[in-house]
Design a protein around this ligand. Sequence first.
Ligand SMILES: [Zn+2]
Length: 383
Amino acid sequence: MRADPAPSLSDAELRRFGRHLVLPEFGIERQRRLKAGSALLIGLGGLGSPAALYLAAAGVGRIGLVDADVVEETNLQRQIAHGYAVLGKPKIDSAEARMLDLNPDLVIERHQMRLELENAVGLISQYDVIIDGTDNFPTRYLVNDTCVKLGKPNVFGGVLRFDGQLSVFDARYGPCYRCIFPEPPPIEFAPNCAEAGVLGVMPGVIGCLQATEAIKLLAGIGTPMIGRMLIYDGLDLSFNTMRIAKDSDCRVCSKASEDIVLTETVMICAAPVGGTIRAEALQGRLDAQEPLIIVDVRSPDEWLTGRIPGSIGFPKPELEKALAQANGAPLSCLPMDQDIIVACQSGMRSSASIKFLVAAGYDPKRLFNLEQGMSAWPGHVTF
Ligand SMILES: [Zn+2]
């Protein structure tokens, strides 16, 4: 877990970390362990922002940052390591500057790239503790599988809407992420924060807890969240911890390290129904004044940001409720004898809505999903 001998602390470090040093459970020896320790932070977004700042402030000696993105205005509702002054600049720049301002003795290693199959082992093998701040399933599985293969603790966090999750996956002592979630869900059932939204402070809470776990692991104090999953409900403000068990047949952590073959995780759709239509083709049909109906299943707030002329706003939850209540009869605004184009922001919710329409008796041959949703519609304001 740490390089020995632990380095000594400078006078400035003794002053800066004074509040740690007076903690009887922590003291100078744990602080030296932190300084000898290293952490790899994958993603400098909502989770990575607070985690990066607290790991730097706590005195972790060496921190690797993996991120390829630039700062966008929509990030600032939750990604507090960045700000307006650095819009359009790499996130790694703003995070590094803030972290060094908190702890000038920190060694930061910049990895301005995405974590991918080709670089995962090379990056993860260099650090004691890995912090997963990603928001997509392929990277999350890659982080997990690589950590299992290399015997590294993976401090996992996840957030969506008003909820958060946290665990430490260390397959040497407990389950890995795949023991609990062997494969990613079908793509339309795997909403991300851009689609489903997130209260900005949620990743702040979970990111801080990830930093706490990483600090505990590096300093060697407390009981890490291995074999347990924290479920945080922000609306009720409840924290529940459930035990999670190792799967003796897990396709990754039941194997010996050399037998674990890292693979790309491909997100697949549940068997799609209906057809698809591209934005240009839909525009062509509109220009030709073909009779068709366009249903936009986004939320009313999203609808206000831009819409296809003539489209009907019918948020997905309301559409599903109306179809259930209609009990097999066609909805008055959606006659069954016309082509119906279903649109959402990215094409995921609309794909799920088409399944509901088919289940309610609509002909799949007359249903078309707008490919890539409104994000591909010309002139649409994306957010
Ligand atoms: Zn496993």
